[in-house]
Design a protein. Structure first.
Length: 556
C-alpha cells in the first residue's frame, strides 16, 4: 500500500506542477524504467506502492471526489446520460484528466503516467474513506462504475482490447453448435443481430451480472445464464468492475482499524466521507464565497434580502429569530457568519442582533452577546476572520436538538416540518413538494436545495437542471444567496460564475484570506459559551414517516 509521507521526505523528482481550480498545485512525478500504467483503463486490482505527500493524499482525492459527486448529482437529478456525460467530461478535464496512450504516442509520456498515477492513488484514497458503511460503499461503487463506463466507451478500440486481455474474465463462450441451435431465439432477443448472428461471438454469464441488458431484453436467457453478444461487451465489463469493487471495499473495511494509529490520515478520510455524504461537488473544501459589496448592507435591509434570496436554512433561522426574539448558540453562530459574508458590517450586525433580541436589556446584550458577534468578525479573541459555514459543515457538524433552529432543513427536518416550511416560506405546490421530498428521502439533500432554487427562480428563466448555473449544485448558503441576488440584479439573465466584480458593481469577491477550518477557529469561542449553555445540543433523527403518506395527508 502507498505511504503518506511528510513534505520533506519526497524522493521522486518533480517534473511538473498541475493544479485543480481552487486548490494548491500538486506535483507530478516522472517514473523510471517500464511504465507502471500501460493502459488508460484501470480495474484497480493492485493498491499503489508510490510514496505521496499528505498534500497530494488529500488534494488528489478531493479532485476525484468532485467528479464522483457530480456523477451522483446528475443521477439524482435524473439528467439524461448524454447530459451527464457532457458535464462529467468537463469535470474530468479540469480535475481528473486521463489521456489515452495513443494520444501521446504508443510509448506514452510523463504526463500520461502522472495522470494515471493520480487516478490510481485517488481511487484508493477514496476507497479508504468510503468503505466504512454499507451506504457509503454502495454510493461509491455506483459513482465509480458510472465513471468507468464513460471512460470505457470513450477509450480507443485497440487499447481497450489489449486491456481486456489482461483481466482473464471467466466468461464461457457459446459454441457454434449452441449458437445455431438457438439462432431464432437469439434473433428474437435482439433483432438487430439478424444479419450478424452467425458471425457474432456470444458469452455465457449469470444473468444477475447484466441486469441492465435483461431489463432491456437484449439478451437470451438459458438455464440461469444470459447469452451476451460481443457488441454488448461494455455491460459485461462494467458489471465485472462493479462487482469486484464492492467485494474489495468490504475487504478494505475489515482492514481499516489498522489505520487507527495514524492521526494524519483518519481526519482526512473523515473529511472526504463527510463531503460525499453531503453531496458536494464543486465546493468540497472551500469556504470562500461572494457577497454584496462590503459596507452597503444595513440592518434594515436584512429582512428583505433574506426573504428574497436566502436558502431555506438561513430563512428558517431568520424567521425563528424574528418570531422568538432569540436564537441558541449554534443558530447564532451559523446565521451571524452567513450575514457577515453577505456583506453586513460589524456595526450593522450589532444593531441587527440588538433589535432582534427585543426582550433583552442593553446591559445583558452587551455582556453576553456583543463579544460573540465581534468575535465572528475577527475583532475579539484570536482575531481570526472565521468563514461562513458551507453545506458540509452544516449537515455534519453540531447536530441540532429539539429546541434548536440551526442545521440543514433538508437533513434535519421531519418530512412534515419540511413540507410545512416549503409551503409557508415559498408557497410550493403539491407536485413541487413531492419532488423535493423524494430527493431528501433518498439522502440527496443538496439536490432538494438545488431544486428549490430552480423552482423559486423560474420567473428569472431558471429551468430544471440549471442549478445555480451550468448545472452547479448548492454547496454553500452564501453561494445560493450570491447567485439569487446576481440573477435578480441582472434582470433574470443568469450571470456566469466567472463574472468579475467590476462587471457587477453591486457584487465583489469576499474570499477569506485564511485557510483555517471553522471548527479550529471557533474553538475559543465555543469554550467561552460552553460555560453558560443551558442544555446540550445532542442530535436527533428525523421522523421515519413515509413521504407518500405525508403527501396524502396534505392532499386531504
Amino acid at each position: 500500500m502507498f505511504r503518506a509521507a511528510p513534505q520533506a521526505e519526497r524522493k521522486a523528482a518533480p517534473i511538473e506542477r498541475a493544479s485543480g481550480a481552487g486548490y494548491p498545485s500538486v506535483d507530478r512525478y516522472a517514473t523510471k524504467g517500464p511504465r507502471r500504467y500501460p493502459f488508460r483503463l484501470n480495474f484497480y486490482r493492485e493498491p499503489p506502492v508510490s510514496e505521496v505527500t499528505i498534500e497530494q493524499f488529500e488534494t488528489w482525492a478531493i479532485d476525484r471526489l468532485r467528479v464522483l459527486a457530480e456523477i451522483e448529482s446528475s443521477q439524482a437529478r435524473n439528467r439524461s446520460y448524454t447530459e451527464m456525460k457532457e458535464i462529467v467530461t468537463t469535470q474530468c478535464k479540469k480535475y481528473l484528466p486521463l489521456s489515452a496512450t495513443t494520444a501521446s504516442g504508443m510509448s506514452g509520456g510523463p504526463d500520461v503516467e502522472a495522470e494515471r498515477m493520480k487516478d490510481h492513488i485517488s481511487h484508493f484514497v477514496l476507497r479508504l474513506a468510503f468503505c466504512r458503511t454499507e451506504d457509503l460503499r454502495r454510493r461509491f461503487v455506483k459513482a465509480e462504475t458510472a465513471l468507468f463506463r464513460l471512460r470505457f466507451e470513450n477509450d480507443d478500440a485497440s487499447e481497450k482490447e489489449r486491456f481486456l486481455k489482461t483481466l482473464n474474465f471467466d466468461w464461457e463462450f457459446v459454441t457454434k453448435e449452441e449458437r445455431q441451435a438457438n439462432r431464432e431465439a437469439l434473433i428474437a432477443a435482439n433483432p438487430r443481430l439478424a444479419n450478424f448472428v452467425d458471425s457474432e461471438t456470444f458469452y455465457k454469464v449469470p444473468w444477475t451480472r447484466v441486469l441492465d441488458l435483461v431489463e432491456k431484453r437484449k439478451v437470451l436467457l438459458r438455464a440461469g445464464t444470459a447469452w451476451v453478444p460481443m457488441r454488448e461487451q461494455a455491460s459485461l465489463v462494467v458489471a465485472e468492475f462493479s462487482q469486484r469493487l464492492m467485494k474489495e471495499l468490504e475487504l478494505t473495511s475489515r482492514a481499516l482499524p489498522r489505520l487507527d494509529e495514524d492521526d494524519r490520515i483518519l481526519p482526512l478520510l473523515s473529511h472526504l466521507s463527510m463531503g460525499f455524504i453531503a453531496g458536494i461537488s464543486r465546493e468540497i473544501s472551500s469556504n470562500a464565497i461572494q457577497g454584496l459589496e462590503g459596507g452597503n448592507v444595513t440592518a434594515e435591509m436584512v429582512d428583505a434580502l433574506i426573504k428574497e434570496h436566502a436558502p431555506l436554512c438561513m430563512r428558517n433561522l431568520h424567521e425563528s429569530l424574528q418570531d422568538k426574539g432569540h436564537l441558541r448558540h449554534y443558530g447564532r453562530l451559523q446565521y451571524s457568519l452567513f450575514l457577515k459574508d453577505v456583506g453586513l458590517p460589524v456595526e450593522e450586525a450589532l444593531l441587527f442582533w440588538r433589535r432582534s433580541f427585543r426582550a433583552m436589556s442593553d446591559d445583558k446584550f452587551n455582556k453576553d452577546y456583543k463579544y460573540n458577534i465581534r468575535w465572528a468578525y475577527g475583532l475579539e479573541g484570536r482575531r481570526v476572520n472565521a468563514p461562513a459555514k458551507n453545506c458540509i459543515s452544516i449537515i455534519t457538524q453540531d447536530q441540532p436538538g429539539p429546541q434548536d433552529n440551526h442545521g440543514c432543513p433538508f437533513r434535519h427536518f421531519s418530512p412534515q416540518n419540511l413540507s410545512s416550511a416549503l409551503i409557508t416560506h415559498y408557497g410550493l405546490n403539491f407536485a413541487e413538494q413531492a419532488e423535493i421530498l423524494q430527493a431528501v428521502k433518498a439522502g440527496h439533500y443538496h439536490v432538494g436545495c438545488t431544486r428549490l432554487f430552480e423552482m423559486t427562480h423560474k420567473k428569472q428563466g431558471i429551468k430544471k437542471g440549471d442549478g445555480l448555473g451550468e448545472g452547479e449544485s448548492v454547496s454553500h448558503p452564501n453561494r445560493y444567496f450570491e447567485r439569487s441576488y446576481s440573477i435578480v440584479q441582472n434582470g433574470g439573465v443568469p450571470a456566469k460564475s466567472e463574472t468579475k466584480a467590476e462587471e457587477l458593481p453591486s457584487l465583489e469577491s469576499k474570499k477569506d484570506d485564511t485557510e483555517m477550518n471553522l471548527d479550529d477557529a471557533a474553538g475559543e469561542h465555543l469554550e467561552k459559551e460552553a460555560e453558560t449553555a443551558k442544555s446540550s445540543n445532542e442530535g436527533y433523527e428525523p421522523d421515519e414517516d413515509e413521504e407518500m403518506e405525508l403527501l396524502a395527508m396534505q392532499g386531504a
